[in-house]
Design a protein. Structure first.
Length: 502
C-alpha cells in the first residue's frame, strides 16, 4: 500500500515549494505518496494512474518495467500526474538527496502542466475519471463477456494515436451535414445578385449569363456538401465513434479511449520542453537553494545520469535543458533580433553582450506558449547545433548499422522536426466514408518521405474495417508510387494506381 510522507519529507516539500515560488514558479497543490519498486512499476505500467481499465497491455508493460529495474537497466525515481491537485510518487528506496531532487523536478513539471498552452484543455480530474472508466469497462465485461470487450478494446487501441491533438484549439465553421435550406431547389431568389436600386436596372446589373453562372456555383457547392466528410477528417477515432454502426457499449468504450488519448497527447507534444524545464529547475533549485555541501557529489552523479548522451536516440532531458539555458543566455546578452542577425563579424559576435537581463522572463514565456515542434523550429539555431555537435543519422541496410548521414544544419534540423511532427507517427485522415458509393471507408496517408510499415498497416486496417463493419482502404505511396491497400473483411489487396485515379 502507498505510504504517506514522513515528517522529514513533508518539511522537504515545504522548503522546495517555497524556494520554487521564490523563482516565480506557479503550480497546483502537490500530493506525494511513497511506493516500493514493485508498486512503482505497477502504477507506471498504468501510465501513472493507480487504476486503469483492464487490459493485457498493462501486464506486459509491468513485466518490462519490473525486469529492467531488477536487472539494473533503468530505474524509476518518480512519477508525476497532470491533475489538480497534482499527484506524484516517490520511490521508497531513494536516498534523501534523491527525494529532494525529485521534488524539485516534480514541482517544475507541475508548473509546466499548469501553465503550458498545450495543457489548457486537458482534464484536470483524470485521476478520478480513469477510475470511473475502469468501472464502466469492467461492467461491460460482466454484461457482454471479457473476450468480446477485450477484442474490441484491442481494435480501438490500434488507432488511439489517430486523433487530432489540436482539435480543442480549432474553431470550425464548416459542417459535415447539408443544411436544410440547401436541400431545396435553387430558385433565382437563392442566387447571389448584385444590388440595384431600380427594378428596371435589374436586367442590366444582373444579366442572364451572370445569373446562370451563380446557379452553377450553387450547384457545385451543393455537390461538394454531399461528399462525406466535406473535408478530410484527421481525428479518425472520433469519426468512427460518431459514424460507425456501433452498439451503445462499443461507442462508450471508444469514447473512453479517445478521452484518455486526448489527455496524453499534450505530453507527447511537449516531451523535450517538459523534461528540459524540469531538469533546468531541479538543477537551479538544488545548486542555489536546497543542496547541502555534503550532497554535491551525489547530486552531480544523479544529474549527469539524467542529461547523459543516449546512443541511437535524442535524450529529451539533455536537449531541453540545454536549449532553455541557451535561450536564457541569449536574451540576457541581447543575442537576438534584427541587429544581431545583421551582424556578420564573428569577432564582434563572440563578445556581444548588451546586458539586457531578459533571459528569465523569456524562458517563462517560452514555457507558456510553445510545444516541442515550435520550440525546436524557433530556438534550435545553427550556432546551437554546431556548439553541441548534433548530426543526422540513418540505417544502412547494406552494412546493417546506423551511420552518420549528415552534419549540415538544415538537414539535421529538418530530420529532428520530422521526428517530432505528430509525435513521429504517420498522419492519416478519413477522406471518403462512401468510397465508390459502397459505404466503404477510404483513409489517406499524408506521405512525408517515409513509407508506412506495411505489416503494421495491414493489422491496423483490419481493425478499422472491423470497427466500420465494411471494407476499408488506405491510400499511400510506396517507393514513389501511389498504392491502395484494401481489406474486405477476409483478405488484403494491394493495388498500384496512377495518381490520376486518386
Amino acid at each position: 500500500m502507498p505510504k504517506q510522507l514522513t515528517k522529514e519529507l513533508q518539511q522537504m516539500q515545504v522548503e522546495v515549494e517555497k524556494a520554487a515560488k521564490g523563482y516565480g514558479l506557479d503550480f497546483f497543490r502537490a500530493c506525494y505518496e511513497v511506493l516500493d519498486y514493485d508498486e512503482m512499476c505497477m502504477v507506471a505500467s498504468y501510465g501513472g494512474f493507480p487504476v486503469r481499465y483492464p487490459h493485457w497491455k498493462w501486464g506486459m508493460e509491468y513485466d518490462r518495467l519490473s525486469k529492467t529495474h531488477e536487472y539494473g537497466v533503468s530505474r524509476i525515481y518518480e512519477m508525476v500526474i497532470n491533475n489538480d491537485p497534482c499527484y506524484a510518487y516517490l520511490m521508497e528506496s531513494n536516498t534523501a538527496v534523491d527525494q529532494k531532487l525529485v521534488m524539485c523536478h516534480v514541482t517544475a513539471h507541475n508548473d509546466f502542466f499548469k501553465n503550458n498552452l498545450a495543457f489548457r484543455h486537458t482534464n484536470r480530474r483524470m485521476i478520478d475519471d480513469a477510475a470511473n472508466h475502469a468501472t464502466r469497462i469492467r461492467r461491460y465485461m460482466d454484461w457482454y463477456g471479457v473476450e468480446a470487450v477485450e477484442s474490441f478494446v484491442d481494435a480501438v487501441l490500434s488507432i488511439e494515436n489517430c486523433i487530432d491533438p489540436h482539435a480543442d484549439f480549432i474553431e470550425r465553421h464548416s459542417k459535415d451535414i447539408i443544411d436544410e435550406e440547401d436541400e431545396r431547389f435553387f430558385g433565382e431568389e437563392k442566387v447571389e445578385r448584385l444590388p440595384s436600386s431600380r427594378e428596371y436596372m435589374e436586367r442590366y446589373v444582373n444579366p442572364d449569363d451572370y445569373i446562370e453562372y451563380q446557379k452553377k456555383k450553387l450547384k457545385a457547392k451543393k455537390e461538394q456538401q454531399k461528399h462525406f466528410p466535406v473535408q478530410p477528417e484527421r481525428d479518425i477515432l472520433r469519426f468512427l465513434m460518431a459514424h460507425a454502426p456501433l452498439l451503445r457499449w462499443q461507442r462508450d468504450v471508444m469514447d473512453i479511449i479517445w478521452e484518455e488519448a486526448q489527455y496524453f497527447a499534450p505530453q507527447g507534444m511537449t516531451k523535450i520542453m517538459n523534461e528540459g524545464w524540469a531538469s533546468y529547475w531541479h538543477s537551479k533549485l538544488m545548486t542555489e537553494k536546497m543542496m547541502e555541501p555534503s550532497e554535491v557529489i551525489d547530486f552531480a552523479d544523479r544529474h549527469s545520469g539524467v542529461v547523459a548522451m543516449q546512443q541511437g536516440q535524442i535524450n529529451p532531458y539533455r536537449l531541453g535543458i540545454e536549449l532553455f539555458k541557451n535561450i536564457e543566455e541569449r536574451w540576457n546578452m541581447g543575442r537576438f533580433g534584427p541587429e544581431w542577425e545583421r551582424c556578420t563579424l564573428m569577432a564582434e559576435k563572440r563578445v556581444w553582450d548588451k546586458k539586457l537581463g531578459l533571459g528569465r522572463d523569456k524562458i517563462f514565456q517560452v514555457r507558456k506558449i510553445y510545444t516541442d515542434l515550435t520550440f525546436i523550429d524557433e530556438f534550435f539555431t545553427h550556432d546551437f547545433c554546431k556548439q553541441h555537435g548534433y548530426f543526422a543519422y540513418g540505417y544502412d541496410k547494406k552494412k546493417q548499422e546506423y551511420i552518420i548521414e549528415s552534419r549540415e544544419f538544415e538537414k539535421v534540423k529538418q530530420k529532428l522536426l520530422a521526428s517530432l511532427t505528430n509525435a513521429g507517427q504517420p498522419i492519416m485522415s478519413v477522406v471518403d466514408a462512401n468510397y465508390e458509393n459502397r459505404s466503404e471507408l477510404l483513409l489517406e496517408h499524408e506521405h512525408d518521405d517515409k513509407d508506412l510499415d506495411m505489416q503494421y498497416s495491414k493489422e491496423t486496417l483490419k481493425n478499422v474495417a472491423k470497427i466500420w463493419t465494411r471494407p476499408a482502404h488506405i491510400l499511400t505511396r510506396v517507393e514513389e508510387r501511389t498504392c491502395m491497400l484494401s481489406f474486405d473483411g477476409t483478405q488484403f489487396k494491394e493495388k498500384i494506381i496512377d495518381r490520376a485515379e486518386k
